[in-house]
Write a protein that binds this ligand. Structure first.
Ligand code: ADP
Length: 298
């Protein structure tokens, strides 16, 4: 084989490697304390490297789109994907490269920012419940009701007596959604402080990323441990079979995308949405078609 042939040869990666991404990244259902420090922020899973991971994501996205289309036509079940992460951990990139690849007819992303005065005049779930997916649909939450036990707790925005009641309220809310037929997947994108600073530097060096610069991101770094503890508490108190938390190693962007795509695909496979059965007389419709065809050919 010439050197040119060797260079042109396409790798034959296994695009459905037998690796249990859910088992690897879902928090265990034990009463143990969650310790994010003990969970790696970097991982390559079953992949040979970045190119393999990216090829896998592309294949998984194709299947996700197909399964989502089935769920949309079935019109019974729905899927809620909750994304939480420190700044620059890659929620936007993950939405662009994986979750946003679904058919927009049946999928919508909801970013949750600082609540407006109207939102603040209601209970904290008011704005969230409105965004929960209807039958057949997918909702992706870019931040979520968890901010009300994270930023609100760390920044002391409401008294402890208020936020500490919210864990149970969140569990009851998620139970209500599940009861209606919604599958819930919660992802925490786990990035190291070192990698976060690298990404902040890239934002500084790239004028097309200057719109993302925010002094508040550095203030949050000073409270890294307080946020970590708040996340650990939220995961510990609100982790259930109907609404599990997954901790995704996010230092490598391609692994973040591949592992979330794998878990979403596996969940949709398990939901097994079905195209609706025929609700008409096939012979009659075929007869109508053939009549039209012969009229056109006359
Ligand atoms: P993102 O960082 O998600 O790309 P922004 O830079 O606009 O988007 O940040 C949104 C901000 O809104 C975050 O600082 C987040 O903590 C804040 N936020 C979201 N929900 C709440 C809430 N319920 N109470 C207070 N702040 C919130």
């Amino acid at each position: 084989m010439s050197t040119d042939d060797a260079q042109n040869e396409q790798p034959t990666w296994d695009l459905d490697p037998k690796f249990d991404f859910i088992d690897a990244h879902r928090l265990p259902f034990l009463d143990d304390k969650v310790s994010l420090k003990k969970i790696d922020t970097e991982c390559s899973g079953p992949f040979e490297g970045k190119a393999h991971g990216k090829a896998f994501t592309q294949a998984a996205n194709d299947e996700i789109r197909d399964l989502q289309y089935r769920m949309f036509t079935e019109g019974k079940q729905s899927l809620l994907v909750v994304l939480q992460a420190p700044d620059a951990a890659g929620k936007d990139g993950l939405i662009r490269k994986v979750l946003g690849q679904m058919n927009p007819q049946g999928c919508r992303t909801y970013p949750f920012k600082v609540p407006s005065s109207e939102e603040r005049s209601h209970d904290f779930l008011w704005r969230i419940h409105k965004a929960a997916p209807a039958a057949g649909k997918v909702s992706v939450f870019n931040r979520s009701h968890y901010e009300d036990v994270l930023v609100v707790r760390v920044e002391d925005l409401v008294p402890k007596s208020v936020w500490k009641e919210r864990y149970q309220i969140i569990n009851d809310f998620e139970k209500l959604l599940a009861h209606r037929g919604t599958r819930i997947l919660k992802f925490y994108l786990h990035i190291s402080p070192h990698e976060q600073l690298e990404r902040f530097k890239k934002r500084l060096d790239d004028p097309t990323k200057h719109w993302k610069l925010n002094a508040g991101d550095y203030a949050a770094r000073d409270k890294w441990d307080a946020y970590r503890e708040a996340y650990e508490d939220a995961m510990e108190k609100c982790h259930s079979k109907i609404a599990p938390w997954h901790v995704i190693p996010a230092d490598k962007k391609w692994y973040r995308d591949a592992s979330v795509a794998a878990i979403v695909r596996e969940t949709l496979r398990d939901m097994d949405p079905q195209l609706p059965p025929l609700d008409a007389d096939l012979d009659e419709i075929r007869g109508l078609y053939e009549r039209e065809l012969s009229e056109m050919n006359e």
